[in-house]
Structures are given as C-alpha cells and as structure tokens.
Design a protein around this ligand. Structure first.
Ligand code: PGA
Length: 215
C-alpha cells in the first residue's frame, strides 16, 4: 500500500541557500516537501520530483501558492494552534483549500494537559468537526506532547496512536497520517498498520539520509 511521507521543515533551515540545498538532496516523487513559506519560491525552482506543500494557507497568498505549483497545504499544525489559530479559522482555510484544489493535511492532536485531564476525545472531536464529508483530505494525528520540538519529552505508544486514529476514522472519512518524533528507527512501528497511510515528519526531515531512508 502506498504511504505518503510529508517533510514538514517548520522554521528550518536558517538560510535560503540551505533550503535549496536540502530540497535538491531530498527531491523524490514519494516525498512531499513543505518548506517555510518564505523559501517556497526558491525551493519550487529546484524540485523536479517532490510534490510541494505549504505549511499554512494564508488567504492573501493562496493564489500565489497555487501558481508556484503547491499541491498540499498543512492546516491546523500545533505551532499555529498554539499562537491562537482556532477551529473556526482552520475551517475557513480548509474550505478555501478545497475550493482551490489543494490537498489539505489537517493536523489534530491533544496537548499533554488535555490528555492527562481526560479531555483528549473531546478535543479531537472538536478539531475534526471541520472536515467536510466527502472531501479528499488527509488528517495527521499529532499528539502535541509527542512532537520533538514541543519539549514535553513524553514518548508516544504506537498502539495507542493507532487506537486514536481508529477513533478519528469512526468520525470522519479521510486518509490518516501519524506525526510526532517520527524517525527511521520508529516509522515502521506506525506504517505497518493499514489504518496509518503515511507520516508527517518534522526534525528528521532535515537530515537527507535519514528522510530518504524512510520513503
Ligand atoms: P517532529 O515534528 O517530527 O519533529 O516531532 C512533527 C511536526 O511538528 O509536524
């Protein structure tokens, strides 16, 4: 079964030159490359095989992203939710994305505090409500506390994430990815399940050999 691997560079690399260099080294038809928005244009100039993704869909740049050849858009990443992006805003961006024929990758996931206080399912239910029925969309389940840069230091258990993805699947029809400290040493623990159709990779996607070994 085909699995979708998405390289979410987040705020990296530091310079345009490094971004172009990393894109050139990891250009591969099975890897979606999502550079920071400000490097998209230069990265679009070098990738020949990788589909391009954007890390957000600012309404003002939607047409420009389309013209650059961007195919996927990541929406609702925890970095954006943590600076105040609401489910309402995400819903608006999601319908804009679908109207422009982007393939959305909606990130959902609970924080450690939400998990500990027994609110995980409630939070996920609210976050997933924005998905319109019958749309072609990916949902990435990323427990916020398992993301390498969130600094919680908590380890995720793949079986528990599989159960969460099954729960989400019972609520909406979508393709499901997993994200949160995915690396070559653990990617197989997720992708072995048919319910998990790919991975959203952050930190490890900045290391060419590492990310290429995952696709
Ligand atoms: P990580 O990031 O792989 O570095 O944990 C994933 C993400 O934030 O999408």
């Amino acid at each position: 079964m085909y699995k979708l691997i998405v390289a979410n560079w987040k705020n990296n690399p530091a310079t345009e030159e490094e971004a172009v260099n990393l894109a050139g080294k990891t250009d591969h038809e099975n890897l979606v490359i999502c550079p920071p928005l400000h490097f998209l244009k230069s990265v679009a100039g070098v990738v020949k095989k990788s589909p391009l993704g954007a890390q957000d869909l600012p309404e003002s740049s939607a047409v420009e992203l389309k013209n650059l050849g961007v195919k996927y858009v990541i929406l609702g990443h925890s970095d954006r939710r943590s600076i105040g992006e609401t489910n309402e805003t995400i819903a608006r961006k999601l319908s804009l994305a679908l109207s422009l024929d982007f393939i959305p990758i909606l990130c959902v996931g609970e924080t450690w505090e939400e998990k500990q206080s027994g609110r995980k399912e409630e939070v996920l239910r609210e976050q997933i409500k924005v998905v319109p029925s019958g749309s072609n969309i990916y949902v990435a389940y990323e427990p916020v506390w398992a993301i390498s840069t969130s600094g919680s230091g908590q380890r995720d258990n793949p079986v528990e994430s599989l159960e969460t993805i099954k729960f989400l699947k019972s609520l909406v029809q979508a393709h499901f990815l997993y994200g949160g400290s995915v690396a070559s040493k653990n990617i197989g623990d997720y992708l072995k399940y048919e319910e998990i159709e790919g991975a959203l990779v952050g930190g490890a996607s900045l290391m060419p050999e590492e990310i290429l070994s995952m696709i």
